[in-house]
Design a protein around this ligand. Structure first.
Ligand SMILES: Nc1ncnc2c1ncn2[C@@H]1O[C@H](COP(=O)(O)OP(=O)(O)OP(=O)(O)O)[C@@H](O)[C@H]1O
Ligand SMILES: [Mg+2]
Length: 254
């Protein structure tokens, strides 16, 4: 079982788009994925059309509920979901000053049956608050979607610094599995230069696959489908399938 935090404290970089579509692309390849929506905006939960999720993942933090007890099917092959809800917004205040608050998720993750899923994805909110810290303390791997703009690279340095701190204090096993360039408009020189700069700075940490700007990716949440179903022949579907294959290939080199 591989566990991924999909995180970037910057908003709108493609975290949820990547979580949902990568999960679906892995599902197509007969892999089983459990997505955990950790965002109070609950975009991933809404994407799958789950409306009566109750407290969802808040129950794990507030009531010590087990992750296994709040899993919903998604209708997408191979993909299950632990939903979120707007109530999750209160969790930062609720956990402030609580002993062990940062490792709640890790303790629950350890109780999941290890054979049931091949991948666990934590779709993080755009903050470095207690929810993202919980994901970074629980996961072995970090996947960072970045937008192909110069502005986005500054935030990346901050995130990588946080990863160092988490490694020192909470989770020595955490590694950056990959930085993913998202929304790359290959027609503009700027986007190409940013990807180039990213490769110069972070080298092998950057996935070979880049996710192109593709309107079909922006449309598919409204239709409640991942891109692989919504428009199987689109550039977006091709890119997320390529990423799924790249991630599977990493397993050969371990
Ligand atoms: N490759 C792409 N091409 C076109 N639109 C995209 C692409 N990737 C993401 N988007 C759109 O950009 C917006 C932000 O994407 P997304 O919600 O995945 O980011 P996020 O990092 O999860 O945001 P938040 O920080 O709010 O959680 C969405 O409207 C999404 O549809
Ligand atoms: Mg999101």
């Amino acid at each position: 079982m591989r566990t991924f935090a999909i995180a970037n404290q910057k908003g709108g970089t493609g975290k949820t788009t990547t979580s949902v579509n990568l999960a679906a692309a892995l599902g197509e390849k007969d892999r089983r994925v459990l997505m955990v929506d950790l965002d109070p905006q609950h975009s991933a939960t809404a994407w799958f059309g789950i409306k009566e999720a109750g407290k969802g993942v808040l129950a794990v933090f507030a009531d010590n509920a087990g992750l296994e007890d709040i899993i919903h099917p998604t209708g997408v092959k191979g993909v299950d979901l632990v939903p979120s809800s707007a109530w999750l917004v209160g969790v930062e205040k609720m956990l402030a000053g609580e002993v062990g608050a940062e490792t709640i998720l890790r303790r629950h993750l350890e109780r999941l049956p290890p054979e049931r899923w091949d991948y666990i994805f934590f779709d993080c909110p755009p903050t470095l608050g207690v929810l993202t810290i919980n994901a970074l303390a629980a996961a072995r791997e970090l996947l960072v979607p970045v937008e192909a703009h110069v502005m986005a690279l500054g935030g990346l340095a901050q995130l990588l610094h946080t990863v160092e701190v988490i490694r020192d204090r909470l989770n020595p096993k955490l590694k950056v599995s990959g930085i993913l360039a998202c929304r790359v408009d290959s027609r503009t020189r700027h986007a190409r230069e940013v990807v180039e700069q990213l490769r110069q700075r972070s080298g092998s940490l950057v996935y070979h696959t880049v996710i192109r700007e593709n309107i079909r990716l922006a449309e598919c949440p409204s239709f409640g489908q991942p891109i692989t179903q919504y428009d199987s022949k689109s550039a977006g579907a091709a890119d997320y399938r390529a990423l799924a294959q790249e991630i599977i290939n990493q397993e050969g080199s371990r």
